[in-house]
Design a protein around this ligand. Structure first.
Ligand code: GAL
Length: 682
């Protein structure tokens, strides 16, 4: 069987967009509908401009009604029909939802939760990634599909499973977890040391004594929990790579992917990213929350970064309402359009939906779709068609790159370890801090790449570390090299606290960064509910008039850094809260607390100014809700807000969406979108 690296074809997605332009479509589940409907589906897809659909994600029971008894005739017909209508197919292995017979014949394929309850069939995701029988059954159907359709002209892409994010605590998972631990640690003594098992008498005599972190009487060992998360991500990834390699081995040459779920806590996407040929993601922002547009921009920046800047696929989103929230708000036509254009702005070359035709039955009968229950004579279908038309106008954008000079560190093990119970405060959430810092740059129209700790930072003028709990030597070395090269570095609180096994690094903190930051600390403390005032030093000429700290503070001592603000009262009174340290070529700021928005923005502005980083437009701060990002030749302006805003253009431009010529300041009504190119670039 091919090795994973040999099995990758990272350039193959661009071959598709070269032929089709920006891909547009969605999940298509024809197995849920009688054949008479298929013809109408194909005709309406053509009307809407659909050029790519994902077929078969949940069709295992239809493809293999009984063990080993395959029925491909219906799928042959569907693929031929789609091909006859010029619609390309992303063919899925149906392995996210095994048929009931698999669990009946092999109960060990069903997942077990932390309480020891084996979950039943009747929904979906009823598999344990550890199960040998499940994996073999999944490989068999994936192989059968690939052998039959590897050369089918409709099939342009393969899609393995769906939204990997299952966790299992059963006996087979326990056995696999032990093997994974043996591989990682070699001997039980090394594991005992790494996990610190002398605490609470947890010392193991043998790997066989270890179980997954099942329901326990009290708090779990954080190192055990961290490793189980690593193992779970790895076990899911193995399910993906096994099927991917089987598809390749059957002769398929199309790109192979699976749909990620943004900042999903069960999959370490830095580990996964190298295994897919094209990054794909499902995005369901909650537009009831005020920060949804910048939060989803962050996810989109992550997706672009996972693919090292290559175009990615928005595999699923909703045209209007979802049905799985307790209360589901619809999307306006403008909102649906903005969500689609935003993905393209931030690097997507495919905009797809869940799903093509709204389900009449099943759990998702109220989830919106491109073609609703009421049919084609609807506003929702008009919206679908309008998005298709917009995307056709954006063909020149396909393949373009977003160039970012700001890097933002994010890492799954750090996230996992920082949020284990038993810490100074459960109110500090790493992702919320990352969102907050990223939002400040989004408001300035400044492009950001996410990077994994330890990555070479030489392409970046500014490096942001909102909260990276685990900092190992490679990460510290890369941060130091960036600052010494002249970059601005800004590090937030509760960073560099622990080693890779979640053990606290001893000595003044952050142990591996304190020389670089010129500041060191000795305790992390929860702050009172009322914000703690900070005293801004007069020497901080750009500093805000007032500043506060909330959630978490650190008792710091300046060891060479300038103190820009100190705690004014409380347990940390007098201690530095914000510092700045000039290093060889660059500058390193440290925030020893979660500081108020103005203070954070000012530090970030100082850092960006020092590094000469500017936004996509000539405005330092964009109007509320307005997003601006340059992708290749195109400047995207999107107004997600409730009010109109004006944006200053860098020169005369033509709008690809409306064909209008614009210059100077443009007025963006709420919901408005422009994709501007220089006139000579047409
Ligand atoms: C995704 C899933 C789809 C559908 C959709 C509804 O998580 O992949 O199959 O369930 O959500 O929002």
């Amino acid at each position: 069987m091919a090795t994973p690296r040999d099995a990758r074809r990272v350039d193959a997605f661009s071959e598709i967009t070269r032929d089709l332009g920006i891909c547009f479509g969605g999940d298509y589940n024809p197995e849920q509908w009688p054949r008479e409907v298929w013809q109408e589906d194909a005709e309406l897809m053509v009307r809407a401009g659909v050029n790519l659909v994902t077929v078969g994600v949940f069709s295992w029971a239809r493809l293999e009604p009984s063990p080993g008894d395959y029925d491909f005739a219906w799928l042959d017909e569907v693929l031929d029909l789609l091909h006859a209508h010029g619609i390309a197919v992303d063919l899925a292995t149906p392995t996210a939802s095994p048929p009931p017979w698999l669990g009946i014949l092999h109960p060990e394929t069903l997942p077990v939760n932390a309480d020891g309850v084996r979950l039943a069939a009747g929904s979906r995701n009823q598999f344990t990634p550890a199960s040998r029988v499940y994996r073999e059954s999944a490989l068999a159907i994936a192989t059968a599909l690939a052998e039959r359709y590897a050369v089918h002209p409709a099939v342009r892409m393969w899609h393995v499973g769906n939204e990997f994010g299952q966790v299992d605590f059963g006996d087979e998972a326990a056995r696999e977890f032990r093997l994974w631990l043996r591989e990682r640690y070699g001997t039980i003594d090394v594991l005992n040391d790494a996990w610190g098992t002398l605490v609470w008498s947890q010392r193991y005599r043998d790997f066989d004594e270890i179980v997954p972190p099942r329901r326990m009487p009290y708090l779990v060992n954080p190192a055990q929990s961290l490793d189980f998360r690593r193992y779970t991500s790895w076990a899911l990834e193995r399910v993906f790579t096994e099927q991917r390699d089987a598809i390749r081995a059957a002769g398929a040459t199309q790109p192979i992917t699976t749909n990620f779920m943004g900042f999903e806590p069960l999959t370490d996407l830095w580990e996964w990213a190298g295994e897919v040929d094209v990054i794909a993601d499902d995005q369901y922002p909650d537009h009831g929350a005020g920060t949804s547009s910048s939060d989803i921009a962050l996810v989109q920046d992550l997706m672009r970064s996972l693919g090292e800047g290559r175009p990615w696929v928005l595999m699923e989103q909703a045209v209007s309402a979802t049905s799985w929230r307790p209360h589901n708000l619809p999307k306006s036509r403008e909102r649906a359009r903005l969500d689609s254009l935003q993905a393209v702005a931030r690097g997507a070359d495919a905009v797809c939906f869940f799903q093509w035709r709204q389900a009449r039955t099943g759990a998702e009968r109220f989830h919106s779709a491109m073609l609703p229950h009421a049919g084609a004579d609807t506003e929702v279908f008009e919206t679908t068609c309008a998005i298709g038309a917009d995307l056709r106008r954006l063909r020149p954008v396909a393949g373009g790159r977003v160039e970012a000079s700001v890097a933002l560190l994010f890492d799954w093990p750090s996230w996992w370890a920082a949020e284990e119970p038993g810490r100074p405060t459960e109110r500090l959430e790493a992702l919320a801090q990352v969102q907050r810092w990223h939002r400040a740059l989004w408001r300035r129209g400044i492009a950001v790449d996410l990077v994994r700790p330890g990555t070479d930072l030489s392409p970046y003028a500014t490096v942001l570390v909102p909260q990276t709990y685990i900092v190992e030597t490679d990460a510290a070395t890369a941060l130091r090299a960036a600052a010494e090269r002249g970059a601005s570095l800004v590090v937030g609180p509760f960073s560099g606290v622990a080693d890779g096994n979640a053990g606290i690094l001893t000595g003044r903190a952050p142990a591996l960064l304190r020389d670089l930051l010129g500041v060191s600390g000795e305790e992390w403390v929860g702050l009172p509910d009322a914000p703690t005032p900070l005293r801004v030093d007069e020497a901080w000429t750009t500093g805000p008039a007032e500043a506060q700290a909330v959630i978490l503070g650190e008792r710091l001592r300046a060891d060479g850094a300038d103190v820009l603000a100190r705690f004014d009262s409380g347990h940390l009174a007098g201690a530095p809260a914000i510092t700045r340290h000039h290093v060889a070529g660059g500058t390193a700021w440290y925030l020893g607390a979660v500081v108020s928005d103005d203070a954070l923005s000012t530090v970030l502005d100082d850092a960006l100014d020092a590094a000469g980083v500017v936004g996509a437009t000539s405005d330092r701060l964009l109007p509320d809700g307005v997003e601006a990002i340059q992708r290749g030749e195109a400047l995207f302006l999107l107004n997600h807000g409730e009010t109109a805003g004006r944006v200053t253009l860098p020169g005369p431009r033509r709008d690809l969406l409306s064909d209008a010529d614009v210059d100077g300041q443009v007025h963006l009504a709420p919901g408005a979108a422009m994709v501007l190119i220089e006139r000579h670039a047409e």
